[in-house]
Write a protein that binds this ligand. Sequence first.
Ligand code: G16
Length: 542
Amino acid sequence: MIKTVATTPFDGQKPGTSGLRKKVPVFAQPNYAENFIQSIFDSLEGFAGETLVIGGDGRYFNREVIQIAIKMAAANGFGKVMVGQGGILSTPAASNVIRKYKAFGGIVLSASHNPGGPNEDFGIKYNIGNGGPAPEKITDAIYARTKVIDTYKIADVADIDLDKVGTQTVEGMTVEVIDPVADYVELMESLFDFGAIRALIAGGTRVVIDSMGAVTGPYATEILEKRLGAPAGSVRNSTPLPDFGGHHPDPNLVHAKELYDDVMSPEGPDFGAASDGDGDRNMVVGKGMFVTPSDSLAIIAANATVAPGYSQGIAGIARSMPTSAAADRVAEKLGIGMYETPTGWKFFGNLLDAGKATVCGEESFGTGSDHVREKDGLWAVLFWLNILAARKQSVAQIVKAHWAEYGRNYYSRHDYEEVDTDAANGLMAHLRDSLASLPGQTFGALEVEAADDFAYHDPIDGSVSKNQGIRILFKGGSRVVFRLSGTGTAGATLRVYVERYEPDAARHGIDTQEALADLIAAAEHFAQIKTRTGRETPTVIT
Ligand code: G16
């Protein structure tokens, strides 16, 4: 039986950088998830009889919301739901399933790198038929709908068995529970030289992947241990757990420190990688070398043709504005297009669909390509392994050779988490107000050349996205960028991005924070971070 349930709007159901993310107790309020899902459906047209993909990263509350979403999809007239077994689909795998089976769209349940558990984070995101996050036009419509919603529709039926692969029926709608891993593995095998990577591992290169108790465990185990022959145990924390085993599944130098320390130790592995809650982020470390996400994008782009899926070359590169300009130099050398977008994977979708960009990446540990429409953690790891196998060099050798050829973009991000929202907004307003007076100002040897609030004009659909981050650009190409995160769930997170270009190879061995010290001081000087936020130091430095 289909029920129409009366409801009233909740405040604050505005999708952020990547969907709606809130604490579990917020999502667990009666009608909260239902309102948002119905608002998604009410913002779409033409899905009657079509297929919807549903999956999540296995975090706390995943199964509950999947049941709700399936019953609501049936009540709203979808013809079929494809759902990962156990409710599991990594974000890139969900993107792939949407594309491969030509689904109308998908609902991805995740709060990505944010912690999971009864009092931690949950999230709902809608992806469109190209497999990518819904563009702002749709997320704005969803938000508008959440403000006036008064009913939702749901099938009043027993829970669906999510653990058995196969087909069931809910109020005339087909529910197909699929193996979450198989399609993704097949895609990876079509892109990379598994034979060469297998030989690399058989030859003694020790590779470990830390899945951080999150969704990539089953994918990484199948690929690295079963297909590529790495010894059992090479994938660590490989079982997806509702609370990620207490880990903060954020692959960076703070939360993946154990892996980092292990790779850096003399007897440790040669290559380490970590991924996040929903499997779209990645961190890559080689012995003696942490690869910044910005460098990773540049190096993948520069070496792309070693991978069979990219042997014809790449059409262009896209990066988010705060990501370092390392990839720009590669694009210049290759004579291909370079696109600078706001933060948020959704901005890459049009460029990928139009064939303007083939690879894209963000400083926030995200790299991907036109094989799906999400960033893809394991894809980046396999790309690196393919490059290692083809070049027969270590990570450190490859990175250093890249810097010698293109110059080095010293780069760091300083995050101030859970800052008082008013204080953070005040800091940004202060910067905005001072934009006009900044050019010409000096700080030590630095002179401001230009300052603006980044706005993006989408070259494909002509849409304009304003207020995407304050840039202070110094003479010589260095810069500091300030933005407020759109993915946090408590207070505000101020992100300060610092970058200096160093062409001289003799100066490529400096400690990053030291190389950026004057720019970090300049950021404090112009933004008054300490006095405005009350924080003496950043919460996380990457
Ligand atoms: C999301 C987006 C990314 C973005 C990141 C950080 O990643 O998909 O495009 O770079 O958030 O965004 P912010 O700086 O606004 O916090 P994920 O992995 O959280 O889905």
